[in-house]
Design a protein around this ligand. Structure first.
Ligand code: UD1
Ligand code: CA
Length: 487
């Protein structure tokens, strides 16, 4: 079987320059590991079954992080350079006519650019096509030496450390992204030597080797700007923490621009942390210093006020999140009002027009339409029916030290302030609970439950006590004559 095209993503390196115990390709920008960005882009061009990720350093950890994408893996135990990485992929991809090689640490690459590179490679009938760019500062990158200034043909790629003084003026960089015809590639790949500064097998040396073998090597220079990103930003790599931070900033700026272009208002977008996959509908307003993370989806005409953090949540339309709320793994329906200082923990389902006020914490709690918990409550493993009111300081006692239990509150229930509901327990529709109650038995529909010590008032008690105290004080102050030590 002769297959047309596979993608190989090199992700086996250690990332020594990051000085981190985490493999480089699992460092995150825009809330996602570098490698996930590259796989997502490649997945727009070929089916994941034709994407081969070369893993080596902490291979199991890298595989586990991207296994769900459906890509395949190639092992490069004992990584000895980018050329060695492709040698290790030989078996897996030899049956394809061409391969596209991507770097796991060049994460902003767009699918459109990968497709353009592929088309250019085919049109040029090249054995090797190098994706290049000309950034302001090319320091650190391999430089591409063209045969002439006006043609696509390339003589060689020279790594930064091997550049002559004259070559240092070349601004055209190697992006680490290539297309190869597999037959000539694997015919000559064994000729690589580790005769260089890092004693590694450089894939970049294939440019010179293929040229010497009379094969066609060309450069495809990245021309325009990507969506909201500066030209060349798309192919910048991340070798240090500072470079990661720069790519993260570029990606987040692009995400904010994408949302604003779709009708979302973001005040001071540079202060907001918005992950790459977040979706927000038009006419929603996001105030400064908001964080929207993970797979968060926000509807239209919402207002997200400052210092609120939302992670992996789905919000409907016209939701108000006041300042300093934390929401994770939860859903909020249309017209709900939350905060300030509310904490929605995983599994909270906030219904339409529900009000969750300040210092209220919910966890695995479902509040139906119009329910209210205005102040200082804890609702864990709880259901609160339509229109019920949870007073200030109410607590569902869901944990007995071993197991979690459920509290079920029906429709139109009034739970007085500072009550504790000891689960498992049910409070049926329309019931009333007196403030300060400790409820340990189910409350029938429409009943009043009061479970607190009965109050008594002693009339005149304060005046009597004062009089008693005054007379004691007077006796104590009379001087004692004679022997002070006698009783
Ligand atoms: C490489 C290029 C350089 C180019 C730059 C673009 C070489 C020799 N140099 O340099 O010309 O300008 O990328 O970003 O290729 N990897 C493996 N196995 C290995 C070594 C590396 O899979 O044995 C992977 C790494 O995990 C990384 C990618 O290959 O994702 C690139 O390796 P890296 O060491 O970062 O190369 P650079 O020095 O950046
Ligand atoms: Ca790199």
């Amino acid at each position: 079987m002769n297959l047309k095209l596979a993608v190989v993503i090199m992700a086996a390196g250690k990332g020594t320059r990051l000085k981190s115990s985490r493999p480089k390709v699992l460092h995150e920008i825009g809330g996602k590991p570098l490698l996930r960005h590259v796989i997502a882009a490649a997945g727009q061009v070929v089916d994941p079954a034709h994407i081969f990720v070369v893993v080596g350093h902490q291979a199991e950890r890298v595989k586990a992080a991207v296994a769900a994408t459906g890509v395949r893996f190639v092992e490069q135990t004992d990584p000895r350079g980018t050329g060695h990485a492709i040698q290790c992929a030989r078996e897996a991809v030899i049956g394809y006519e061409h391969i596209l090689v991507l770097s796991g640490d060049v994460p902003l690459i767009r699918p459109e650019t990968i497709s353009q590179l592929w088309q250019f490679h085919l049109a040029e009938h090249a054995a090797m096509t190098i994706l290049t760019a000309a950034p302001e500062d090319p320091t650190g990158y391999g430089r591409v030496l063209r045969k002439s200034t006006d043609g696509p043909e390339v003589d060689a790629i020279v790594e930064q450390k091997a550049l002559t003084l004259e070559q240092q003026t070349v601004r055209e960089i190697n992006s680490g992204i290539y297309a190869f015809k597999t037959a000539p590639l694997f015919k000559h790949l064994g000729k690589l030597t580790a005769n260089n500064a890092h004693a590694e097998l450089y894939l970049t040396d294939m440019a010179g080797l293929l040229c010497s073998a009379q094969e066609r090597v060309v450069a495809f220079e990245l021309a325009g700007a990507g969506k909201g990103t500066a030209p060349a930003a798309e192919v910048l790599g991340a070798n240090t923490i500072a470079e990661l931070a720069a790519l993260d900033a570029t990606l987040r700026a692009a995400t904010a621009n994408r949302l604003m272009a779709a009708g979302v208002t973001i005040f001071r977008p540079e202060t907001c942390v918005i992950d790459a996959d977040v979706e927000v509908a038009p006419d929603t307003v996001i105030e400064p210093f908001v964080q929207l993370l993970g797979a968060t989806r926000i509807g239209a005409e919402c207002l997200i006020r400052s210092y609120t953090v939302v992670e992996n949540c789905t919000l409907g339309n016209q939701v108000l999140l006041r300042q300093s709320c934390i929401l994770s793994e939860s859903t909020v329906a249309d017209g709900a009002k939350i905060g300030p200082f509310a904490h929605l923990r995983p599994g909270s389902q906030i219904g339409e027009e529900v009000h969750i006020g300040n210092f209220v914490e919910t966890k695995k709690a479902r509040l139906d339409k119009g329910a209210k918990a205005g102040h200082l409550a804890y609702l864990g493993d709880a259901e609160v029916g339509e229109g019920s009111n949870i007073g200030a300081g109410v607590i569902t006692c869901n944990y007995d030290g071993v197991h979690k239990h459920t509290t079920r509150i029906g429709k139109g229930v009034f739970v007085g302030s500072d009550s504790t509901l000891v689960a498992p327990i049910a409070v049926e529709d329309g019931a009333y609970i007196g403030a300060g109650s400790c409820i340990t038995k189910d409350v029938p529909a429409g009943a009043l439950a009061v479970a607190r010590a009965r109050q008594f008032s002693k009339e005149g008690w304060v005046a009597a006590r004062r009089a008693r105290q005054a007379s004691q004080d007077q006796k104590a102050s009379i001087p004692v004559s004679g022997n002070r030590h006698l009783p």
